[in-house]
Design a protein around this ligand. Structure first.
Ligand SMILES: CC(C)(COP(=O)(O)OP(=O)(O)OC[C@H]1O[C@@H](n2cnc3c(N)ncnc32)[C@H](O)[C@@H]1OP(=O)(O)O)[C@@H](O)C(=O)NCCC(=O)NCCS
Length: 177
């Protein structure tokens, strides 16, 4: 993909290299630590393992990093449409999905998260897809408010119960035609 620069000309988003994957995992785990004490016992340890597996092992996903002054400041993963068998239910998501959006706690509130979302929306819309989706939880208040301000609405078709019974709720943004 082409690198996109912010107004300050120093923040860029690009695909992560193989060598950057361990750092990407560390950043996403670190960014989510604020939720550890709010989760049921043991859920954060399990979440850490699932973050690592998703980033390392999932095929056909795109891993993006935001680079600020040469350092990884944030990350996100873009999944293609998928079918997920939960045992008692099958989730079919016909839209691409952003996952694990995270910004280094030291670099918050300076537009890194917004730029990563802008890029995912631009990429997906550029492929001619009608909408983009994501999951979040009630714990993620800053993220949820940000998505709602950006025109995302609830998409219960892809809701499920995550580790420790945490409700993982779907959101969708349909692109204007
Ligand atoms: C959610 C997260 C990615 C936002 O990243 P960020 O780089 O700080 O966000 P930005 O600077 O681009 O700000 C985006 C918007 O959120 C607002 N915002 C950012 N931090 C905020 C805070 N602590 N409190 C209130 N609003 C905040 C900004 O003002 C901005 O508002 P706008 O949409 O009106 O312009 C970051 O807080 C994070 O990594 N959180 C932990 C992981 C997480 O919850 N991920 C979401 C997964 S669904």
């Amino acid at each position: 993909m082409q690198e996109t620069k912010s107004a300050q000309q120093k923040l860029t988003v690009r695909l992560a290299t193989e060598q950057e994957i361990p750092q990407m995992i560390r950043l996403i785990v670190e960014a989510n630590k604020e939720y550890a004490s709010l989760m049921p016992d043991g859920a954060f340890e399990a979440y850490k393992i699932s973050i690592e597996q998703t980033i390392r092992d999932e095929e056909e996903v795109e891993r993006y990093v935001a680079i600020d002054d040469g350092q990884i400041a944030g990350a996100v993963i873009l999944f293609h449409p998928y079918t997920l068998n939960l045992g008692d239910r099958i989730i079919i998501n016909p839209f691409s999905e952003m996952r694990l959006l995270a910004v280094d706690p030291e670099r918050r509130n300076s537009g890194v998260g917004a730029l990563l979302i802008d890029e995912c929306e631009r990429i997906v819309q550029g492929r001619g897809e009608q909408a983009i989706t994501l999951h979040t939880t009630d714990l993620m208040k800053t993220a949820k408010a940000m998505y709602e301000r950006r025109g995302y609405r609830r998409y219960p078709d892809i809701d499920f119960n995550g580790l420790g019974g945490v409700e993982i709720v779907g959101f969708i943004k349909e692109f204007q035609r």
